[in-house]
Design a protein around this ligand. Structure first.
Ligand code: MF3
Ligand code: CO
Ligand code: CO
Length: 256
């Protein structure tokens, strides 16, 4: 899982210089696909992924632009100056999954877009800070929700973090909202993702006719960051690490 996590993060490092005004999301998908398959020898987990009730996902990464919340399908869309985009990478290496996503800006973001991306990054890290044996899943969600709502933003409820390993999505579900001390107890050896989706406006979402892309109902901007995390005896270890991964914000107080 350490190897798979690092490889997923390294795809994001690789694609970073290509995320510029003028590039299409389809081109980003093609570049990532080639890097995974030809350079890393990994399998892009999204390609043909078909959970119950879904048609097979047609591409190798997810590209969610502006008001797209998650699961955006790469295609002809051309990024323009100021667009924000989440690139979500899941690789399979030797049967194990690594899952991570970051926000990128094409060119210069508006102040509002930059703040949404920053606060969402803080939300992910504040959630990760809660991860240790004896804490509960609700502790993670509560910390994330409190930080997002204090900034005037809302948390998407319909999608959550997840256990991950030989399968892409496993138990437990990691909600990004909740109440402290509630839910399943966290145990050493668990591996799951923390991947809050934060909307600048209302939390309600809608699914597009393609059967995958999720957008905000009010068309407000949405951001998401994701890491895969191992619970250790003393706390946690983030597995989706790489050389150029954006650092945990230093301004955050540890824990809650
Ligand atoms: N990577 C997403 C997650 O974090 C899931 C994408 S499913 C796909 O759980 F089929 F759209 F790729
Ligand atoms: Co995930
Ligand atoms: Co993901």
């Amino acid at each position: 899982m350490r190897v798979a996590g690092r490889l997923a993060a390294e795809v994001l490092d690789y694609i970073t210089p290509f995320v510029k005004p003028g590039v299409t999301t389809g081109e980003l998908d093609r570049l990532c696909h080639e890097y995974m398959v030809d350079v890393q020898g990994t399998v892009p987990a999204p390609l043909n992924y078909a959970p119950p009730g879904y048609k097979p996902y047609p591409k190798s990464i997810c590209t969610s632009v502006n008001h797209q919340v998650c699961h955006g399908i790469p295609g002809e869309k051309i990024l323009k100056n100021g667009d924000i985009v989440n690139l979500d990478i899941t690789v399979i290496k030797d049967g194990f999954h690594g899952d991570t996503s970051r926000m990128f800006v094409a060119g210069e973001p508006s102040i509002a877009a930059r703040r949404l991306c920053e606060v969402t990054h803080e939300c992910m890290w504040i959630g990760i800070d809660q991860v240790r044996p004896g804490a509960t899943i609700g502790d993670i969600g509560f910390a994330i929700q409190r930080h997002a709502e204090a900034a005037g933003f809302s948390i998407v409820r319909e999608f959550c973090g997840h256990g991950i390993g030989r399968r892409f999505h496993e138990e437990p579900q990691i909600l990004h909202y909740g109440r402290p001390g509630t839910g399943e107890r966290i145990e050493a050896g668990m591996i799951f993702t923390v991947e809050p989706m934060v909307n600048a406006g209302r939390r309600e979402i809608r699914e597009l006719a393609d059967g995958w892309t999720i957008v905000t109902k009010d068309h407000s901007l949405s951001a998401q960051w994701e890491h895969t995390v191992l619970v250790t005896e003393t706390g946690h270890e983030v597995l989706t690490v790489s050389e150029n991964m954006p650092a945990r914000p230093k301004v955050l107080a540890r824990s809650a």
